[in-house]
Design a protein around this ligand. Structure first.
Ligand code: PEP
Ligand code: MN
Length: 336
Protein backbone atom coordinates (compact mmCIF):
# COMPACT_ATOMS: atom_id res chain seq x y z
CA UNK A 1 0.00 0.00 0.00
CA UNK A 2 1.04 3.61 -0.55
CA UNK A 3 0.83 5.77 2.57
CA UNK A 4 1.00 9.53 1.89
CA UNK A 5 1.91 11.42 5.05
CA UNK A 6 0.48 14.81 5.99
CA UNK A 7 2.75 17.74 4.99
CA UNK A 8 3.65 18.39 8.60
CA UNK A 9 3.92 14.75 9.72
CA UNK A 10 6.60 14.37 12.38
CA UNK A 11 9.60 12.10 12.19
CA UNK A 12 8.06 10.17 15.05
CA UNK A 13 4.89 9.48 13.06
CA UNK A 14 6.97 8.27 10.12
CA UNK A 15 9.23 6.12 12.30
CA UNK A 16 6.24 4.50 14.00
CA UNK A 17 4.81 3.34 10.68
CA UNK A 18 8.17 2.05 9.47
CA UNK A 19 8.76 0.25 12.77
CA UNK A 20 5.33 -1.38 12.62
CA UNK A 21 5.97 -2.61 9.06
CA UNK A 22 9.38 -3.90 10.06
CA UNK A 23 7.99 -5.70 13.11
CA UNK A 24 5.62 -7.51 10.72
CA UNK A 25 8.60 -8.23 8.39
CA UNK A 26 6.90 -6.37 5.55
CA UNK A 27 9.04 -4.66 2.88
CA UNK A 28 8.95 -0.90 3.34
CA UNK A 29 10.34 2.00 1.30
CA UNK A 30 10.39 5.70 2.13
CA UNK A 31 10.45 8.45 -0.47
CA UNK A 32 10.25 12.24 -0.20
CA UNK A 33 9.00 14.65 -2.83
CA UNK A 34 8.20 18.34 -2.43
CA UNK A 35 8.49 18.07 1.33
CA UNK A 36 5.94 15.21 1.52
CA UNK A 37 6.84 11.73 2.69
CA UNK A 38 5.37 8.62 1.11
CA UNK A 39 5.79 5.22 2.72
CA UNK A 40 5.30 2.17 0.52
CA UNK A 41 4.53 -1.04 2.38
CA UNK A 42 3.97 -4.40 0.69
CA UNK A 43 1.26 -6.19 2.68
CA UNK A 44 2.16 -9.58 1.17
CA UNK A 45 -1.45 -10.70 1.11
CA UNK A 46 -2.26 -9.48 4.65
CA UNK A 47 -4.83 -7.03 3.35
CA UNK A 48 -6.51 -6.68 6.75
CA UNK A 49 -3.48 -4.57 7.78
CA UNK A 50 -4.52 -1.82 5.34
CA UNK A 51 -6.95 -0.22 7.81
CA UNK A 52 -4.44 -0.33 10.64
CA UNK A 53 -1.75 1.51 8.65
CA UNK A 54 -4.25 3.94 7.10
CA UNK A 55 -5.43 4.90 10.58
CA UNK A 56 -2.02 5.66 12.07
CA UNK A 57 -1.11 9.18 13.20
CA UNK A 58 0.22 11.53 10.55
CA UNK A 59 -1.32 9.66 7.59
CA UNK A 60 -3.08 11.91 5.05
CA UNK A 61 -4.13 9.29 2.54
CA UNK A 62 -3.62 5.61 1.75
CA UNK A 63 -4.25 3.46 -1.32
CA UNK A 64 -3.23 0.03 -2.56
CA UNK A 65 -0.18 -0.27 -4.86
CA UNK A 66 -1.82 -0.38 -8.28
CA UNK A 67 0.63 -2.75 -10.00
CA UNK A 68 0.53 -6.53 -9.51
CA UNK A 69 4.31 -6.38 -9.16
CA UNK A 70 4.97 -4.30 -6.10
CA UNK A 71 8.61 -4.26 -4.93
CA UNK A 72 9.62 -4.13 -8.58
CA UNK A 73 7.45 -1.12 -9.42
CA UNK A 74 8.49 2.52 -9.68
CA UNK A 75 5.49 3.26 -7.52
CA UNK A 76 7.13 1.40 -4.62
CA UNK A 77 10.57 2.88 -5.30
CA UNK A 78 10.66 6.06 -7.42
CA UNK A 79 14.47 6.29 -7.63
CA UNK A 80 16.56 4.08 -9.90
CA UNK A 81 18.17 1.07 -8.25
CA UNK A 82 21.92 0.83 -8.60
CA UNK A 83 23.20 -2.75 -8.57
CA UNK A 84 26.86 -2.96 -7.56
CA UNK A 85 29.29 -5.88 -7.61
CA UNK A 86 33.08 -5.93 -7.34
CA UNK A 87 33.50 -2.23 -8.08
CA UNK A 88 31.07 -2.17 -11.04
CA UNK A 89 27.72 -0.35 -10.71
CA UNK A 90 24.78 -0.84 -13.04
CA UNK A 91 22.10 1.84 -13.12
CA UNK A 92 24.26 4.64 -11.78
CA UNK A 93 24.53 6.58 -15.03
CA UNK A 94 27.64 4.97 -16.53
CA UNK A 95 26.99 2.49 -19.32
CA UNK A 96 28.13 -0.99 -18.30
CA UNK A 97 29.37 -3.44 -20.93
CA UNK A 98 29.45 -7.16 -20.10
CA UNK A 99 31.19 -9.31 -22.70
CA UNK A 100 32.59 -12.75 -23.28
CA UNK A 101 31.85 -16.04 -24.95
CA UNK A 102 28.51 -17.79 -24.89
CA UNK A 103 30.19 -20.80 -23.24
CA UNK A 104 33.42 -21.33 -21.37
CA UNK A 105 35.12 -23.88 -23.63
CA UNK A 106 38.62 -24.16 -22.18
CA UNK A 107 40.99 -22.39 -19.80
CA UNK A 108 42.94 -20.83 -22.69
CA UNK A 109 39.79 -19.67 -24.48
CA UNK A 110 38.25 -17.86 -21.52
CA UNK A 111 41.52 -16.26 -20.43
CA UNK A 112 42.34 -15.07 -23.94
CA UNK A 113 38.81 -13.71 -24.39
CA UNK A 114 38.78 -12.07 -20.96
CA UNK A 115 42.01 -10.24 -21.75
CA UNK A 116 40.69 -9.18 -25.14
CA UNK A 117 37.38 -7.79 -23.85
CA UNK A 118 39.16 -6.06 -20.97
CA UNK A 119 41.50 -4.43 -23.47
CA UNK A 120 38.50 -3.33 -25.54
CA UNK A 121 36.91 -1.64 -22.50
CA UNK A 122 34.46 -4.19 -21.06
CA UNK A 123 33.40 -3.82 -17.42
CA UNK A 124 32.55 -7.47 -16.73
CA UNK A 125 33.09 -10.92 -18.22
CA UNK A 126 30.32 -13.29 -19.27
CA UNK A 127 30.62 -17.02 -19.92
CA UNK A 128 28.34 -19.98 -19.37
CA UNK A 129 29.50 -23.12 -17.57
CA UNK A 130 26.00 -24.64 -17.31
CA UNK A 131 24.36 -24.20 -20.70
CA UNK A 132 20.66 -24.48 -21.52
CA UNK A 133 20.89 -26.06 -25.01
CA UNK A 134 17.94 -26.85 -27.22
CA UNK A 135 19.48 -30.19 -28.16
CA UNK A 136 20.65 -32.69 -25.54
CA UNK A 137 23.43 -33.63 -28.01
CA UNK A 138 24.91 -30.11 -28.07
CA UNK A 139 27.78 -29.01 -25.80
CA UNK A 140 26.29 -28.64 -22.32
CA UNK A 141 29.09 -26.61 -20.71
CA UNK A 142 32.07 -27.53 -18.55
CA UNK A 143 30.22 -27.26 -15.24
CA UNK A 144 32.37 -26.49 -12.20
CA UNK A 145 35.58 -26.76 -14.21
CA UNK A 146 34.27 -23.86 -16.34
CA UNK A 147 33.52 -21.83 -13.23
CA UNK A 148 37.09 -22.35 -12.02
CA UNK A 149 38.44 -21.01 -15.32
CA UNK A 150 36.10 -18.02 -15.05
CA UNK A 151 37.42 -17.32 -11.56
CA UNK A 152 40.97 -17.52 -12.88
CA UNK A 153 40.09 -15.07 -15.67
CA UNK A 154 38.65 -12.71 -13.03
CA UNK A 155 41.84 -13.02 -11.04
CA UNK A 156 43.96 -12.10 -14.06
CA UNK A 157 41.86 -9.24 -15.43
CA UNK A 158 39.96 -7.88 -12.41
CA UNK A 159 36.69 -8.26 -14.39
CA UNK A 160 33.70 -9.44 -12.33
CA UNK A 161 32.02 -12.55 -13.75
CA UNK A 162 28.47 -13.15 -14.93
CA UNK A 163 27.43 -16.76 -15.40
CA UNK A 164 24.21 -18.72 -15.73
CA UNK A 165 22.60 -20.81 -13.04
CA UNK A 166 20.13 -23.34 -14.43
CA UNK A 167 18.74 -25.16 -11.40
CA UNK A 168 18.22 -24.58 -7.68
CA UNK A 169 20.51 -27.57 -6.96
CA UNK A 170 23.49 -25.85 -8.57
CA UNK A 171 22.81 -22.47 -6.91
CA UNK A 172 25.43 -23.07 -4.15
CA UNK A 173 28.18 -24.07 -6.55
CA UNK A 174 27.49 -21.28 -9.08
CA UNK A 175 27.19 -18.71 -6.25
CA UNK A 176 30.59 -19.77 -4.94
CA UNK A 177 32.22 -18.39 -8.11
CA UNK A 178 29.82 -15.90 -9.73
CA UNK A 179 29.66 -12.17 -9.10
CA UNK A 180 26.33 -12.06 -10.95
CA UNK A 181 23.92 -14.97 -11.42
CA UNK A 182 22.35 -15.08 -14.85
CA UNK A 183 18.88 -16.60 -15.15
CA UNK A 184 18.31 -17.46 -18.79
CA UNK A 185 15.31 -16.86 -21.02
CA UNK A 186 14.24 -20.51 -20.78
CA UNK A 187 14.15 -20.30 -17.00
CA UNK A 188 12.46 -16.94 -16.55
CA UNK A 189 9.39 -18.62 -15.09
CA UNK A 190 11.19 -21.39 -13.21
CA UNK A 191 9.74 -20.38 -9.88
CA UNK A 192 11.87 -22.73 -7.79
CA UNK A 193 14.97 -21.14 -9.35
CA UNK A 194 13.61 -17.59 -8.87
CA UNK A 195 12.91 -18.45 -5.22
CA UNK A 196 16.46 -19.74 -4.76
CA UNK A 197 17.87 -16.60 -6.45
CA UNK A 198 15.79 -14.50 -4.06
CA UNK A 199 17.45 -16.19 -1.12
CA UNK A 200 20.93 -15.86 -2.56
CA UNK A 201 23.08 -12.85 -1.78
CA UNK A 202 24.31 -12.35 -5.33
CA UNK A 203 23.00 -9.87 -7.90
CA UNK A 204 20.82 -11.48 -10.56
CA UNK A 205 20.62 -10.79 -14.29
CA UNK A 206 17.11 -11.92 -15.24
CA UNK A 207 16.70 -12.47 -18.96
CA UNK A 208 13.32 -12.09 -20.60
CA UNK A 209 11.56 -15.30 -21.57
CA UNK A 210 11.40 -15.52 -25.36
CA UNK A 211 7.58 -15.53 -25.30
CA UNK A 212 6.99 -13.51 -22.15
CA UNK A 213 5.20 -10.22 -21.81
CA UNK A 214 6.86 -7.40 -19.91
CA UNK A 215 4.31 -7.89 -17.15
CA UNK A 216 5.15 -11.60 -16.78
CA UNK A 217 8.82 -10.66 -16.71
CA UNK A 218 8.29 -8.11 -13.96
CA UNK A 219 6.27 -10.67 -11.99
CA UNK A 220 9.23 -13.06 -12.32
CA UNK A 221 11.51 -10.32 -10.95
CA UNK A 222 9.02 -9.84 -8.13
CA UNK A 223 9.62 -13.46 -7.05
CA UNK A 224 13.31 -12.67 -6.57
CA UNK A 225 12.70 -9.38 -4.75
CA UNK A 226 9.96 -10.81 -2.57
CA UNK A 227 12.31 -13.53 -1.36
CA UNK A 228 14.72 -10.90 -0.12
CA UNK A 229 17.08 -10.08 -2.99
CA UNK A 230 16.65 -6.59 -4.39
CA UNK A 231 19.76 -6.67 -6.58
CA UNK A 232 18.09 -7.60 -9.86
CA UNK A 233 18.87 -6.41 -13.40
CA UNK A 234 16.54 -7.08 -16.33
CA UNK A 235 17.91 -8.21 -19.68
CA UNK A 236 16.01 -7.79 -22.96
CA UNK A 237 17.32 -10.54 -25.27
CA UNK A 238 14.75 -10.52 -28.03
CA UNK A 239 11.39 -12.21 -28.36
CA UNK A 240 9.86 -14.73 -30.75
CA UNK A 241 7.99 -13.18 -33.66
CA UNK A 242 7.05 -14.30 -37.17
CA UNK A 243 10.31 -12.81 -38.49
CA UNK A 244 12.94 -15.34 -39.47
CA UNK A 245 15.73 -13.06 -40.79
CA UNK A 246 17.02 -12.72 -37.25
CA UNK A 247 17.09 -15.27 -34.43
CA UNK A 248 14.75 -13.14 -32.32
CA UNK A 249 13.23 -9.68 -32.57
CA UNK A 250 14.67 -7.06 -30.25
CA UNK A 251 11.82 -5.50 -28.35
CA UNK A 252 13.42 -2.08 -28.17
CA UNK A 253 10.13 -0.74 -26.82
CA UNK A 254 10.75 -2.77 -23.69
CA UNK A 255 13.56 -0.42 -22.66
CA UNK A 256 11.49 2.75 -22.15
CA UNK A 257 8.52 0.70 -20.91
CA UNK A 258 10.70 -0.88 -18.21
CA UNK A 259 12.24 2.49 -17.35
CA UNK A 260 8.71 3.80 -16.72
CA UNK A 261 7.44 0.75 -14.85
CA UNK A 262 10.38 -0.29 -12.70
CA UNK A 263 13.40 1.10 -10.86
CA UNK A 264 15.52 -1.93 -11.79
CA UNK A 265 18.44 -1.46 -14.23
CA UNK A 266 17.91 -2.56 -17.83
CA UNK A 267 20.48 -4.39 -19.95
CA UNK A 268 20.18 -5.15 -23.68
CA UNK A 269 21.62 -8.32 -25.23
CA UNK A 270 22.10 -7.57 -28.95
CA UNK A 271 23.68 -11.00 -29.55
CA UNK A 272 20.73 -13.30 -28.76
CA UNK A 273 18.38 -10.57 -30.02
CA UNK A 274 19.75 -10.81 -33.54
CA UNK A 275 21.63 -14.11 -33.81
CA UNK A 276 24.02 -12.59 -36.39
CA UNK A 277 27.25 -10.79 -35.52
CA UNK A 278 26.70 -8.40 -38.45
CA UNK A 279 23.71 -6.82 -36.70
CA UNK A 280 25.04 -6.79 -33.15
CA UNK A 281 26.67 -3.33 -33.11
CA UNK A 282 23.58 -1.65 -34.61
CA UNK A 283 21.30 -3.16 -31.99
CA UNK A 284 23.78 -2.38 -29.22
CA UNK A 285 23.64 1.27 -30.30
CA UNK A 286 19.84 1.13 -30.48
CA UNK A 287 19.68 -0.26 -26.94
CA UNK A 288 21.85 2.53 -25.59
CA UNK A 289 19.89 5.15 -27.52
CA UNK A 290 16.67 3.77 -26.03
CA UNK A 291 18.04 4.22 -22.50
CA UNK A 292 19.59 0.90 -21.48
CA UNK A 293 21.94 0.94 -18.48
CA UNK A 294 24.16 -1.69 -20.02
CA UNK A 295 24.82 -4.30 -22.68
CA UNK A 296 25.73 -7.99 -22.60
CA UNK A 297 27.52 -9.08 -25.75
CA UNK A 298 28.96 -12.38 -26.96
CA UNK A 299 32.61 -12.21 -28.02
CA UNK A 300 34.74 -15.08 -29.30
CA UNK A 301 38.33 -15.04 -30.53
CA UNK A 302 37.52 -17.78 -33.10
CA UNK A 303 33.76 -17.71 -33.69
CA UNK A 304 33.98 -20.23 -36.55
CA UNK A 305 34.93 -22.97 -34.09
CA UNK A 306 32.79 -21.81 -31.12
CA UNK A 307 30.93 -24.61 -29.34
CA UNK A 308 27.84 -22.42 -29.04
CA UNK A 309 26.51 -19.22 -30.63
CA UNK A 310 29.49 -18.65 -32.94
CA UNK A 311 27.38 -16.94 -35.68
CA UNK A 312 26.34 -14.17 -33.29
CA UNK A 313 29.73 -13.70 -31.61
CA UNK A 314 31.84 -10.66 -32.36
CA UNK A 315 35.58 -10.95 -32.81
CA UNK A 316 37.48 -8.77 -30.33
CA UNK A 317 38.37 -6.07 -32.91
CA UNK A 318 34.72 -5.64 -33.93
CA UNK A 319 33.74 -5.62 -30.28
CA UNK A 320 36.29 -2.87 -29.56
CA UNK A 321 34.74 -0.71 -32.30
CA UNK A 322 31.28 -1.33 -30.88
CA UNK A 323 32.46 -0.29 -27.40
CA UNK A 324 33.90 2.97 -28.77
CA UNK A 325 30.59 3.69 -30.50
CA UNK A 326 28.33 2.95 -27.53
CA UNK A 327 30.55 4.90 -25.12
CA UNK A 328 30.46 7.92 -27.47
CA UNK A 329 26.70 7.55 -27.77
CA UNK A 330 26.30 7.29 -24.00
CA UNK A 331 28.27 10.53 -23.58
CA UNK A 332 26.26 12.31 -26.28
CA UNK A 333 23.00 11.29 -24.63
CA UNK A 334 24.16 12.56 -21.25
CA UNK A 335 24.29 16.07 -22.73
CA UNK A 336 21.07 17.91 -21.93
C1 PEP B 1 23.17 -16.97 -23.09
O1 PEP B 1 23.29 -15.88 -22.52
O2 PEP B 1 24.12 -17.58 -23.63
C2 PEP B 1 21.81 -17.54 -23.24
C3 PEP B 1 21.61 -18.85 -23.28
O3 PEP B 1 20.87 -16.58 -23.35
P1 PEP B 1 19.25 -16.69 -23.35
O4 PEP B 1 18.88 -17.32 -22.05
O5 PEP B 1 18.83 -15.25 -23.46
O6 PEP B 1 18.86 -17.50 -24.54
MN1 MN C 1 24.59 -17.67 -26.02
Amino acid sequence: MMIMMQPGASQQHISRIVARAESLRLPVQLSRKDGRTTIAVVLQGNDYLFEEFAGMDGVAEARPISNPYKLTSREFQPNDSVVSFNGTSVGGGKLVVIAGPCSVESREQIIETAQAVKEAGADALRGGAYKPRTSPYSFQGLGEEGLEYMAEARELTGLPIVTEVMAPETMPIVSKYADVLQIGARNMQNYALLHAAGESHKPVLLKRGMSSTIKEWLMAAEYILSHGNRRVMLCERGIRTFETSTRNTTDINAVPVLKAQTHLPVIVDPSHSTGHWEYVAAIARAGVAAGADGLIVEVHTHPEVALSDGPQSLKPEKFATMVRQVRALGKALAVG
